[in-house]
Ligand binder design. Structure first.
Ligand code: C5P
Length: 216
């Protein structure tokens, strides 16, 4: 084992927060800088939602969603249709079903077992890795997040009115925060980063400071 690997052993960085707050960008940069694997756990819920839609079933239906979660295979995460309004809504629906969350739990824990990892999602620091050494809660105002998502969609050629993006995001945030199963909230020991007025470099610098503080 190299010195770098030894230092990273069991280093789990849990990043939570609402949609389009900058979690993914930060998580990828931290993973690259620290030589850790990265898991975007939102993809798991998106892939489950897609599987249910493929079957013509309702993503809010617990049995159909749980069966889809149990039969998920890694290739599902590479599908090209996991983004966009339909996938967003289906993911948020299946994510509120406890049996779906239970079915995805071991995969997420197993991902970080060997060498540590950076994971981003909604409940990484509260449920999946409550003992993570580094917990970051990344947030930004709703208008700032909606504008980022809108620009991202426009960049891919998807024209959706900004007001619609903001309304969808508000509804999804409310579902994530209000659900009984693993609601979105910062862990008590999370470092909160508000990215509303920060560029990605500044967010990364603050996150690295938190990593260094946790791992002197
Ligand atoms: O992060 P992303 O927007 O891709 O997540 C899609 C949906 O999956 C979220 O709206 C949320 O409902 C759900 N999710 C979750 N727990 C996670 C990651 C995502 O409930 N750890």
């Amino acid at each position: 084992m190299s010195t770098h690997e030894a230092a990273n052993q069991a280093l789990v960085i849990a990043i939570d927060g609402p949609a389009a707050a900058g979690k993914g960008t930060l998580a990828r940069r931290l993973a690259a800088a620290l030589g850790l694997p990265y898991l975007d756990t939102g993809l798991l819920y998106r892939a489950v939602g897609r599987r249910v839609l493929d079957l013509g079933a309702d993503p809010a239906e617990p049995d159909a969603a749980a069966a889809a979660a149990r039969s998920l295979v890694p290739e599902d995460l590479a599908r090209g249709d996991l983004r966009g309004p339909a996938a967003d809504a289906a993911a948020a629906s299946v994510a509120s079903i406890p049996a779906v969350r239970a079915a995805l739990l071991e995969f997420q824990r197993g991902f970080a077992t060997a060498s540590g990892a950076v994971l981003d999602g909604r409940d990484i620091g509260t449920v999946i890795f409550p003992d993570a050494k580094v917990k970051l809660f990344v947030t930004a105002t709703l208008p700032a997040r909606a504008r980022r998502r809108w620009a991202e969609l426009a960049g891919k050629g998807t024209e959706v009115p900004l007001a619609r993006v903001e309304a969808d995001m508000r509804a999804r945030d409310a579902m994530d925060a209000a659900r009984l199963a693993a609601p979105l909230r910062p862990a008590a020991d999370a470092v909160c980063l508000d990215t509303t007025a920060l560029d990605p470099d500044a967010v990364f610098a603050q996150a690295m400071a938190a990593v260094r503080a946790a791992r002197p």
